[in-house]
Design a protein around this ligand. Sequence first.
Ligand SMILES: [Zn+2]
Ligand SMILES: [Zn+2]
Length: 88
Amino acid sequence: MHQRIKCDQCGQEICNIFILKRHKASVHGITPSDAFQCEYCPAFFEHMKAKDKHLAKHHVEKLQEISALTNTSELNENKDTIVTGLQV
Ligand SMILES: [Zn+2]
Ligand SMILES: [Zn+2]
């Protein structure tokens, strides 16, 4: 019933296409072009929503860091200008 698939990189038999994709990513560093790769770890997902869920669960701190940086970067630049202006 289950058709086995061979990895075209190393010839190892893999039991299904998703595990083959995961195998290729972890063993050979090849991410399928149709997959959504996590920016913070080697995980990848077949659907954008699955990646979003993963990000929210595993990388919520990084996401907050980034949004904090983007929100304050303009303010920080202004502050720097004011501070240097006063000091000079
Ligand atoms: Zn392989
Ligand atoms: Zn991740």
